[in-house]
Design a protein around this ligand. Structure first.
Ligand SMILES: Cc1cc2nc3c(=O)[nH]c(=O)nc-3n(C[C@H](O)[C@H](O)[C@H](O)COP(=O)(O)OP(=O)(O)OC[C@H]3O[C@@H](n4cnc5c(N)ncnc54)[C@H](O)[C@@H]3O)c2cc1C
Length: 403
């Protein structure tokens, strides 16, 4: 085994993945951008998905029992960094919905697995998740107001969500709703699978956002939405535990992908610095630009090692609460900084659509908000460190303990 768990098998897979992402997906990006965001079952993306399957690159990080490649999280960091080089990489190789697959794998009944998990892993359907509501702070999910009440053999759901990403093309939304008003705190909520064609599930609008894909982040009203009681995912009152099981690995997947985006921006920055001439030398020969390059290299490498550390802890069965929160805010900042410097080195070209950088920059701004804003992750880290009376570093790898 090589350093930081890098095996020959993973090196080989990385090379194959790099050939696919750089050779097939990145050149197709202009076509993919003009394809409809709603129907991704036909066209260029569908061709790429078929090619990924043919080359043995499909769903490599999904558990083997559900039809995936069964790679543990740590080696998957190396692979997903390559996949993340393109905004379309994850969808093209069937790893975009991994956190939803993990959640269903852990909690779905046999019937739910057959109906939702199988087609999800095959890339035939897309999932979506409804936690955040416009009226209350998404940072504190105990405030959620959407209600689900049992009526005979059905759950009847009423509420208002937004930022249900991908709802307009998803086959279902895992809706988190208040079902146990008498219970304490987190035990009040359950998760319920709602097919998006259920009467009363109303997509009010695709919320216009500063990101890329139009129609992605949806405002949804639940108007007496009625689904069978068997659509409950896991047990009553388990909604929070289930959300955390999804969010934990999901945050690591984001960080892996951000490494790929940052690495691509970094390469563009270095190439530009080496070829742009001003004031008697190439930009790459100027101390200020060398500082951008060195700082970006340091931030990327730090984020990579922290991501590997979090993945290693999770592979060991640790909940890795601190490691995950650390990389969530550190990785998001790293992503922003590296793309920002790359834009700066490109001058005016950096803010045009002639390089991928301006789009990457808009997407990077999201990273500081979704799956918990920076402040909440810093709060989690600081509280855990301050809680230890001996002032020990409380996380698994360095502190030697479960967290
Ligand atoms: C691109 C994108 C995709 C998303 N996709 C989904 C999705 O698919 N499903 C879904 O349910 N949600 C999704 N979200 C919503 C996301 O999870 C929420 O935006 C996030 O949880 C924050 O909630 P909020 O927007 O209500 O902000 P609020 O909770 O109102 O927080 C606003 C700000 O308050 C500050 N703040 C909050 N808590 C603290 C604290 N304890 N200490 C200090 N400052 C604090 C932070 O600066 C924070 O940004 C998505 C968001 C984005 C941007």
């Amino acid at each position: 085994m090589g350093r930081y768990g890098l095996t020959d098998e993973v090196v080989e897979l990385r090379e194959q993945m790099r050939a696919f992402i750089d050779g097939e997906v990145i050149p197709a990006e202009p076509d993919l951008e003009s394809e409809s965001g709603e129907d991704r079952t036909r066209g260029r993306l569908a061709e790429l998905k078929a090619l990924a399957k043919q080359r043995g690159l499909w769903a490599l990080g999904h558990p083997a029992e559900i039809g995936g490649g069964g790679l543990p999280l740590m080696p998957f960091v190396y692979l997903n960094e390559i996949i993340g080089r393109s905004h379309y990489g994850q969808v093209a190789v069937g790893s975009a919905s991994m956190q939803d697959s993990i959640m269903l794998h852990l909690y779905a009944s046999d019937e739910q697995r057959e109906r939702w998990l199988k087609p999800l892993v095959a890339g035939d359907i897309y999932p979506s998740v409804g936690l955040t509501e416009p009226e209350v702070a998404g940072s504190d999910p105990t405030l959620m107001q959407t209600r689900a009440v049992l009526d005979g053999d059905d759950w009847v759901i009423n509420g208002h969500k937004w930022f249900t990403s991908g709802a307009s093309r998803a086959a279902f939304t895992t809706c988190f709703a208040l079902t146990e008003p008498e219970a304490q705190g987190h035990r009040k909520f359950s998760s319920i699978i709602v097919p998006t064609d259920t009467p009363g599930y109303e997509i009010v609008r695709a919320v216009p956002t500063m990101g890329t894909t139009a129609g992605q982040h949806c405002e949804v009203r639940y108007n007496d939405v009625r689904v069978p009681r068997d659509n409950l995912l896991g047990g009553r009152g388990e909604g929070f535990v289930i959300a955390q099981k999804r969010l934990g690995p999901g945050r690591i997947f984001h960080c892996m992908r951000w490494l790929g985006q940052a690495q691509r921006a970094f390469e563009l920055m270095c190439d530009r610095a080496k070829s742009r001439w001003a004031h008697g030398s190439y930009l790459s020969e100027k101390g200020e630009i060398q500082r951008y390059i060195a700082e970006s290299a340091a931030e990327i490498q730090a984020a990579r090692l922290m991501t590997l550390d979090a993945a290693e802890a999770m592979d060991r069965g640790d909940r890795a609460r601190v490691e995950i929160s650390l990389i969530k805010f550190w990785g998001a900042r790293m992503l922003h900084n590296v793309i920002d410097r790359a834009i700066q080195v490109h001058g005016a070209l950096g803010v045009t659509g002639d390089t991928p950088l301006e789009k990457m920059y808009r997407e990077a701004r999201y990273a500081r908000l979704y799956d918990g804003p920076d402040e909440v992750h810093r709060m989690v880290v600081a509280r855990r460190i301050l809680r230890d009376p001996q002032g020990r570093v409380p996380w698994g790898t360095l502190g030697g303990g479960e967290n």
